[in-house]
Design a protein around this ligand. Sequence first.
Ligand code: AMP
Ligand code: GLY
Length: 423
Amino acid sequence: MDIIVVGGGGREHTIIKKLRENDSIQTIYALPGNGGIAQDATCVNIAATDLDGVVKFAQEKNIGFAVVAPDDPLVLGLADRLRAIGIPCFGPSAAAAAIEGSKVFSKNLMRKYGIPTAEYNVFSDSAEALKYLKTCAYPIVIKADGLALGKGVLICEDHKAAQDAIASIMEEKIFGESGSNVVIEEFLTGPEVSVLAFTDGNVVKPMVSSMDHKRALDGDQGLNTGGMGTIAPNPYYTAEIAERCMKEIFLPTINAMNAEGRTFKGCLYFGLMLTPNGPKVIEYNCRFGDPEAQVVLPLLKTDLFTVMQAVENETLADLDVEFADECACCVMVVSGGYPEKYEKGKPITIEPMDGARYFHSGTKLTEDGTLVNNGGRVIGAVGMDKTLKGAIANAYKFARAINFEGAYMRSDIGERALKAGEE
Ligand code: AMP
Ligand code: GLY
């Protein structure tokens, strides 16, 4: 069977490498893919958000299965369009993807069904929001309603910062129309855990937990990024907490989506904070996280394509989804200056290393076949080991083998996780 994978980042590269393990798949087309993906799949220059282009291509090539990996085409309804022409798909409908596409929707869902999350209020009028800010305790968190490339969350330390945030989001529209409505919510504290889960709407099978490192600089300083590195499993996520999350968060969420007529099928990402008052939902994503996928999927022992088909066919209950009893660490090598201005087109060399796994995010092959950087996050280097410490050491060894002008990485990915239990 020939399949398509929609998207072109490190997450998609990881998914594609994993799907390669299944012999029933012949050609994998990546739309649009990137310079690294080109070594593992056939890249086709169709943007992930070009829904008409993707549908036309899938029809022409008689595609047997589609994986829609990024949030925006899912929110725009690509999975619905593909299913409508008879192409089975891994990825939720637009109705279900609203769990990520609209923070107002997801917060109201959690309130309605009693799923633990930060207290909040929703505003569509900036004058009302500003009035409310006078009554708040600080810090406070302000979130644009819609997708904002992962940047729509502002943590405001004081009243003045919060006023400025409302002006930027609701009046200057720095996040575009996604800032027409805002959620103002309580600031929570505690270790963060990402749990990705397969669900077919009937059962939910959580994957191994992970921890992202969102800030650009060591010690969680600097600007928010798409993610500078990850580790898995997350040592803060104990068996006891996992059991509690299943009962208080995962199953109630699946049931809530069914009750709303928005059955979720695909990978549901739970961004959790382990607060002193128990685990709470910080955010939902309607897809694999990036770079969470880079550490979680290499640990998956069950064939990924078999799992994806079981999700689509709603037979996930019959399948054991197993993970290796090992640890993984991903260190993101990024372009100097990211997440602000950076230069593209710098040639990349990688010294060969045994056991290295490289997942490309922002790379491109030039016409003469040179690999160059083409985005902020460039390549994720993944190390694995029986211990977290060993996995981190391996990931750094592999990351340091990547060279290009301006290359930068955090030097403390996994350090907080190593200290779990000491706090
Ligand atoms: P998001 O883009 O929704 O993943 O949010 C980015 C980051 O902001 C999260 O990973 C958290 O670290 C932080 N954050 C979001 N909501 C809250 C909250 N209510 N309290 C504290 N931190 C938060
Ligand atoms: N790493 C966070 C995300 O994928 O949204």
